[in-house]
Write a protein that binds this ligand. Structure first.
Ligand SMILES: [Zn+2]
Length: 51
């Protein structure tokens, strides 16, 4: 399980790197549409923490 703590306070989880990236991109498009395209997949994985 990997988790990214979004600055808005939401914790976005994913079982795999691929799922985590997909979930974070989905969260950004749902809650932060102005930030779509801001983060690359590599940047998202750098922010991820193992839980
Ligand atoms: Zn957020």
């Amino acid at each position: 399980m990997k988790v990214v703590d979004c600055p808005c306070g939401t914790q976005v989880e994913g079982e795999t790197d691929e799922q985590l990236v997909a979930n974070v991109q989905q969260h950004i498009s749902d809650d932060h549409p102005e930030m779509v395209g801001t983060y690359s997949n590599e940047q998202i994985l750098e922010m991820a923490q193992d839980r």
